[in-house]
Design a binder for this molecule. Structure first.
Ligand SMILES: Nc1nc2c(ncn2[C@@H]2O[C@H](COP(=O)(O)OP(=O)(O)OP(=O)(O)O)[C@@H](O)[C@H]2O)c(=O)[nH]1
Ligand SMILES: [Mg+2]
Length: 347
């Protein structure tokens, strides 16, 4: 999963990025807009499973964050737009701090306005793409499914509504997926507040705007997070508590990303490895199997499912069987967060 970190100039993207990297993970590049940082999602359950199975390897979910800067003269020049279209989730950092070195702009800080402006640029760029395509198709007298969906999309965009809020069926979505419309990418908002404003509930309008669109909103101070990330784990815990910060930035961003994508995780295990996988909530066993290997989807027979917590309580496969927590499920079974899945297949 790839998460973009975008926002206006000087909102604290690079500072947040350094906080995410914290020195320990694979991270690179702190020059303008070049940061890439891969974080393994910590999941204690995987290690407990590995201990029971004496598995050699644990493979957690990993999420890659990429820093995306706006252009020098335009917010969304073509190369920035291309980078945005390459991510699964777009984190938009908004400015909620000012100090002597970074005075507030004229008219004061306005994160809601910043957010609206970015959203509106994404909408306009999609509108231009869709409109141009419709013109071509009209010339060629093409009136197929794509033409119909694009018209619906243009109607939505004209009302300044992002395609994220455009109710398309899975089939319609497939027809237009190739365009990678920018306003269709799930968003995650980060309000970067001043050190002293962490506990204050400032900018309630931003909270309302995010809530009404179903977009997760995180408040943090990138500068404090950067300082914290440089401390030892023990000191980090003390500092977080002192500052009244419940979860450090990286944890908040990981959770936010899962929420924005509506992702859940399931697990597979054998004596070689215990591994976590992500799927959209509502995914059926057949498609989850395809995520592991296309052969498993093609030759799917059934899934053996045990909720992870039940398995850990039992402590062994034999006990899980006698306690009846292992279930046999078919293709249409909707995978639940924390399911351990064993796919039976035949080619
Ligand atoms: N007071 C305060 N200053 C911050 C905070 N976060 C970032 N800054 C400062 O704001 C300035 C800009 O931060 P950056 O992280 O470089 O912002 P950016 O979004 O990467 O900026 P560009 O790459 O120029 O677009 C730096 O001087 C930071 O130290 C914060 O939480 N509080
Ligand atoms: Mg920067």
């Amino acid at each position: 999963m790839k998460v973009g970190v975008f926002g206006n100039e000087g909102v604290g993207k690079s500072t947040l990025f350094r906080a995410l990297g914290g020195g320990q993970e694979e991270s690179s590049g702190s020059s303008r807009g070049q940061g890439v940082c891969t974080i393994k999602v910590p999941d204690d359950r995987l290690h407990r499973l590995a201990a029971i199975f004496r598995a050699k390897k644990v493979i957690p979910i990993s999420i890659t964050f990429v820093e995306i800067d706006p252009g020098d003269t335009a917010l969304l020049p073509p190369d920035t737009l291309t980078r945005i279209k390459g991510v699964d989730i777009l984190t938009v950092v908004l400015r909620g701090f000012s100090d002597d070195f970074h005075p507030a702009p004229q008219g004061g800080l306005d994160p809601v306005k910043e957010f609206r402006q970015i959203e509106s640029e994404l909408v306009v760029s999609d509108y231009l793409v869709a409109q141009k395509r419709i013109e071509r198709m009209t010339k060629e007298a093409r009136r197929d499914a794509e033409w119909t969906v694009l018209h619906k999309a243009v109607d939505t965009l004209e009302k300044e509504i992002p395609l994220r809020q455009f109710p398309v069926s899975a089939e319609e979505n497939r027809v237009i997926a190739g365009f990678r419309f920018a306003s269709q990418i799930p968003l995650l908002l980060v309000l970067n507040v001043a050190e002293g404003d962490l506990s204050a509930e400032g900018y309630p309008e931003l909270g309302e705007a995010a809530f009404s669109r179903g977009i997760p909103l995180i408040r943090l101070s990138a500068r404090i997070e950067e300082e914290i990330s440089l401390l030892s784990p023990e000191d980090q815990a003390v500092f977080l508590e002192e500052m009244g910060i419940r979860r450090p930035a990286r944890e908040q961003l990981l959770r936010g990303a899962f929420e924005a994508m509506d992702f859940i995780c399931f697990m597979t295990m054998n004596d070689e490895e215990v591994r976590a996988w992500t799927v959209r909530r509502g995914t059926v066993a057949l498609h989850a199997a395809g995520k592991i290997h296309s052969d498993m989807e093609k030759g799917f027979i059934r899934a053996e499912v045990i909720p992870c917590e039940d398995f850990l309580r039992c402590g062994s496969m034999a006990k899980a069987k006698t306690e009846g927590v292992l279930r046999l499920e078919g293709k249409e079974y909707v995978v639940q967060d924390g399911d351990i899945m064993q796919i039976r297949f035949n080619l």
